[in-house]
Design a protein around this ligand. Structure first.
Ligand code: G1P
Length: 287
């Protein structure tokens, strides 16, 4: 079996962000800030650190700020240079010419549909999918790519959550476990309370073979009447190697207000410049 390298990553960013209204009324939810960077930047940096060369955004109306964020800001740079200010904070997010690529998802028909909208850019090679709502600290995709380079096929994130949380996610029916890798026997999207096959959920990180696009061509709908990525992936099980990978690091579900506030606090505490002052503030105010 030849294992093709993963060079491309798809970021579905067309969602409306209704859980964060009014903040997201006129601003993409992926631009919500954790300390001093927008959520999307954490996910893009995670992908670049994993060796991804081509960033693909599946975007929609009202998401122009994302394109500007990854572009050169001529006025800003010229003004900062003229004032002798360092450009370090914005330099690392300028992309190479031709990346990112932007495709549009014209209608919100589900995550599977969003990923399928990138099919012409992905072509016939394995690709990663990262959901930027999920902020990972510790190089999740890099660890997954290393595992993929050993086993090939499809490798998706697999993290344990409490039983009362499984109904919010895609859930893995696990087979044999070997270190951080778990064989995937079946997948179910948003199982009804009490019916999940395990408490191993899919935390928005995927390495997939291009055949999943051919399954998504059928536009079959699943949970919530949406075209689900989980259902399309489930059809690859038995045809190709399929593993879950349990990450050694931290996860913050920023699709949720509590997770978003926790991410801000935790990442602020991690920072050398403001961490000690934030800790002192928290200590005083929590007493
Ligand atoms: C999506 C996926 C789900 C996954 C989750 C991770 O759900 O469909 O399988 O577990 O992201 O955040 P959504 O959050 O879009 O409802």
């Amino acid at each position: 079996m030849t294992i093709q390298p993963v060079r491309k990553a798809v970021f579905p960013v067309a969602g409306l962000g209704t859980r964060f209204l009014p903040a997201t009324k006129a601003m993409p939810k992926e631009m919500l800030t954790v300390v001093d960077r927008p959520l999307i930047q954490y996910a893009v940096e995670e992908a670049l650190e994993a060796g991804i060369e081509q960033i693909i955004f599946v975007t929609g109306r009202g998401k122009g700020a994302l394109e500007d964020h990854f572009d050169v800001s001529f006025e800003l740079e010229a003004t900062m240079k003229a004032r002798g200010k360092s450009l370090a904070a914005i330099e690392n997010i300028r992309q190479t010419p031709g990346s990112p690529v932007y495709v549009r998802q014209q209608e919100p028909l589900g995550l599977g549909h969003a990923v399928w909208c990138a099919r012409h850019i992905v072509g016939d090679e394995p690709f990663a999918v990262l959901l930027p709502d999920e902020l990972m600290v510790g190089g999740f995709l890099r660890q997954m790519v290393e595992a993929y380079e050993r086993v090939g096929g499809n490798v998706i994130g697999a993290l344990e959550v409490p039983d009362d949380q499984t109904h919010k996610y895609g859930v893995i029916d696990p087979g044999a476990r070997d270190g951080r890798l778990t064989e995937v026997k079946a997948l179910v999207e948003k199982p009804a309370a009490g019916s999940a096959p395990s408490n191993l959920m899919i935390p928005g990180r995927y390495i997939l073979q291009p055949e999943v696009m051919r399954i998504l061509d059928a536009h079959e709908t699943g949970a919530g009447g949406e075209i689900q990525l989980t259902d399309a992936m489930a059809k690859l099980i038995g045809r190709q190697p399929f593993h879950g990978f349990t990450f050694d690091g931290r996860r913050y579900d920023c699709g949720d207000k509590l997770g978003f506030v926790q991410a801000n606090l935790a990442l602020a505490l991690d920072r050398e410049d403001i961490g000690p002052a934030v800790a002192e503030f928290a200590r005083l105010h929590l007493n």
